[in-house]
Design a protein around this ligand. Structure first.
Ligand code: GUN
Length: 299
């Protein structure tokens, strides 16, 4: 029997832990975790994401602040807002929603967030801590952190002797995912579009993580029998069977055929997706615990 991971259920259990940790911190120290989310411009998809992040932060018992800035915001104004949030003792996490409008440079903004408030895990200090295996000192990017929760719940904390293959090498996902798997003692290959015999490399994986942005690229004969397959892709493809002009969401893995070969697999939607917001809440509560000099919960 193949196990299909229910991302919504795992995310809900992470949120439960966040809620109790947040309540306990406030009771014991008076510190209420605070998350500030910043959005610039009018992109409807980004507004939908940001609203659900702000809503979830409230549900977790956090101080939840949203700054909505107009499309024509200048670099200096955004930089000043980040400075204000860096200095605000009630704010433990800062997230600037990406992508920013084209006239703004995102990297200087992201790198100006205090590393201890960088709940997106995008600051070079946090990337560096992860790369050096310092998992208890930094903040890890939310989507790889969420995918890793699935890996731990399937294989435990120690991946000694297991081969892991991550397809994709982005700073946002592939690189941190590979670093997390390596820190858990897996033997890790980071594959990408220039990899020779990608199918053959993937067939060697006990844990296969796909994050390439190509709809249903990973086929059944790429999967080692009994492997764990984690699909990080979110792709919209035409679905004429649903009506003219309709689309549906698929991952980077051809789910139906791969589910017959894998022993554990994540669906799209409903797999890694719901974990991203949950891990953002987890990072915020971790940041608040550290600021209060307490040991944060583990996720
Ligand atoms: N836009 C899409 N996903 C993300 C994310 O995880 N963090 C930020 N800051 N922006 C995003």
């Amino acid at each position: 029997m193949t196990t299909i991971i229910d991302g919504k259920q795992v995310a809900a259990s992470v949120i439960d832990t966040v809620k109790s940790a947040s309540a306990a911190l406030e009771k014991e120290t008076g510190v209420k975790p605070g998350l500030a989310v910043v959005i610039v411009g009018n992109d409807p998809a980004s507004h939908a994401y940001v609203s659900s992040k702000s809503r979830m932060a409230k549900e977790c018992g956090f101080t939840s602040i949203q700054h909505t800035l107009p499309e024509e915001t200048m670099q200096e104004e955004l930089a000043r807002l980040v400075e204000t949030l860096n200095a605000d003792a009630n704010i433990h996490g800062i997230l600037v929603q990406l992508p920013l409008p084209k006239h703004l440079k995102s990297d200087p903004i992201i790198q100006s967030i205090k590393p201890e408030k960088d709940v997106d895990g995008l600051h070079v200090v946090n990337a560096g801590k992860l790369a050096t295996g310092d998992l208890d000192g930094g903040l890890v990017s939310c989507t790889p952190a969420g995918a890793m929760v699935f890996v731990r719940r399937t294989h435990g904390d120690d991946l000694s002797g297991l081969n892991a293959v991550v397809v994709g090498r982005s700073n946002l996902f592939g690189k941190p995912m590979s670093a997390l798997l390596l820190a858990a003692n897996a033997t890790v290959t980071t594959a990408h579009s220039r990899t020779k015999d990608l199918a053959g490399v993937c067939r060697n994986a006990d844990i296969l993580v796909a994050a390439v942005g190509r709809p249903e690229m990973v086929k059944a004969d790429w999967v080692k029998p009994g492997a764990t397959v984690i699909d990080v892709g979110i792709n919209r493809i035409p679905a004429p069977e649903k009506g003219e002009g309709k689309s549906r969401m698929v991952g980077d893995v051809a789910f139906e055929e791969c589910a017959k070969v894998a022993s554990t697999i994540t669906p799209v939607p409903g797999g890694v997706g719901p974990m991203t917001i949950a891990m953002l809440m987890a990072n915020t509560v971790i940041a608040a615990y550290r600021k209060a000099g307490r040991t944060p919960p583990k996720f």
